[in-house]
Write a protein that binds this ligand. Structure first.
Ligand SMILES: [Zn+2]
Length: 184
């Protein structure tokens, strides 16, 4: 009878899985500006939770360090200063460029060159990035290359929904499969 008892104890004292590198973590969260009472920037409320592989560089490092060691059912509430999130706002990242770089078939798409519009751009190395139109002149445009969230202090409130081992395929793809992730 001893083995039955031992098996039972092993099952009973199953350690809860804690958040650590290479674990798949599912969280529900609300991101607000500055404090918990700030303007809501995004939330998973009413949607799938966010799924990510912990400790592989997918998330803001301070976001992960605040979740380390937590387990399913735990809640969290913490702030991350802009400098440790998407960076401080950088005035020198606003660049003046001639309008003709936007020419398509010899025509300048004036309808796209509107303050606030986000333009997909490609540099000479073929890298894709985005810039927001900040100012439009007669033959020049100022493009703001700051991240849209630059200069914003973040505050996260939420709960840990699940913590599990990452599968081989998830680690090699670099993203979560199934709930909160990719379906393929
Ligand atoms: Zn995949």
């Amino acid at each position: 009878m001893y083995w039955l008892k031992a098996k039972h104890i092993h099952h009973f004292y199953n350690f809860p899985m804690v958040i650590e590198p290479n674990k798949v973590v599912l969280v529900h969260y609300t991101l607000t500006e500055g404090t918990a009472e700030g303007e809501v920037i995004e939330t998973t409320e009413g949607r799938d939770p966010l799924g990510f592989i912990f400790g592989v560089g997918m998330m803001i490092p301070d976001f992960e360090s605040n979740l380390t060691g937590k387990q399913a059912g735990d809640t969290f509430a913490f702030g991350i200063k802009a400098a440790n999130a998407y960076g401080e706002y950088d005035e020198t990242a606003i660049v003046e460029v001639p309008k003709e770089i936007f020419e398509v078939d010899g025509k300048i798409p004036e309808d796209l060159l509107v303050v606030g519009n986000v333009l997909p751009l490609t540099d000479q190395q073929g890298n894709h990035f985005e810039g927001m139109v900040a100012w439009v002149g007669l033959d020049k445009v100022k493009v703001d290359f700051n991240h849209p969230m630059a200069g914003v202090d973040l505050f996260f409130t939420g709960s840990v929904e699940n913590v599990r081992e990452a599968e081989e395929a998830e680690l090699s793809h670099g993203h979560v499969h199934g709930e909160g992730g990719h379906h393929h």
